[in-house]
Design a protein around this ligand. Sequence first.
Ligand SMILES: Cc1ncc(COP(=O)(O)O)c(C=O)c1O
Length: 387
Amino acid sequence: MNPRPDSDCHFDFDEPVDRTGSCSFKWDRYEGRDVIPLWVADMDFRSPQAVVDALHERVSHGVFGYSHASAGLEATVQAHLRDDFSWDVPADWIVWLPGLVSGLNVLCRAIGERGDDVVTFTPIYPPFLTAPGLAERGLVKVPLACRGDRWEMDLELLETALTERTRLLLLCSPHNPVGRVWSREELEGLAEVARRHDLVIGSDDIHAGLVLDEDKRHLPLAVVAPDLAKRTITLFAPSKTFNTPGLGCSFAAISDPSLRRAFCHTMEGIVPHVNVFGYVATEAAYAKGGAWLRALLDYLRGNRDLVEREVSSMPGLRITHIEATYLAWIDARDTGHGHPARFFEAAGVGLSDGVDFDAPGFVRLNFGCRRELLVEALARMRAALTA
Ligand SMILES: Cc1ncc(COP(=O)(O)O)c(C=O)c1O
């Protein structure tokens, strides 16, 4: 097989890729039904050719024994963090994980004790809501405030919500589902609260590569507030950006040795190694996926603009500007339909239910798909609302 550098490739995100029969969660939910699946957060696009080529090459080796991250992969990850986020991360801060949700659950178990509290902003990606309880911690929810065209962290509300036993703050940055790229000022404000209350911060930065607004930049909290870096655990993965979530590879950057030890100790014997293909794909994606990613972001911007334009003109729906991610967070409370996810599903569009994000009456739409499919889904939604 001929490895082709991505820069030589033509990227056609309009090309249909048939995912039926590939054991896709997203597509198989509606197998045999005329429902366009725009729910779980993976995209319908092929990964960069460089990733596919690297996997082919590794497959042809034919021996798939236990595997560790290579020095080349570590250097690639370090270069990625330095180039994209101005963050110098020594290799020994990196802890590899087979999934970021594992990382969230490990975090909740590693910090504090049973009966302590974990605080997070809602609405939020569902595992943020379940991980504290699974770790026998309490969950403190602080609603994000929708002000004008954007969702914001209400830091006063956060401060009043904190309990004596709140040890850990789980942050999603950029935020799923509201699509915000937190600004330097917002992160500095949050850091100030964390400082005052001695909180450890778990920052899930899995969507960091998917900033759509060209005048915005993802800033890891540990970079914005270097004095807090020693009590920040930042979770990254290439999986959302390069569409490799089925390969299970993510990592934590933990600068403080005792925090790192606690994290690794909690993983011991429970969290498996990353599989060999996850490592291979991660290195290829970060090292050679740049041109593909630029083309992807361009395509997603087009989809984002279409979704914002269409949804904002549908009766009863409201949408805020999506700065990052391929996820649109839609307020459907004014449609008069008690269960909007079910309503749209009956109309042939499968969306994520806001209930799971602690926000009944909302739905989340995944626009990481072909434009043609998206146009059809939006037309179905409009037709259902105007029928
Ligand atoms: C904020 C966030 N964290 C974690 C994940 C999942 O990570 P993983 O598949 O590595 O467990 C997702 C997937 O949508 C996500 O949006």
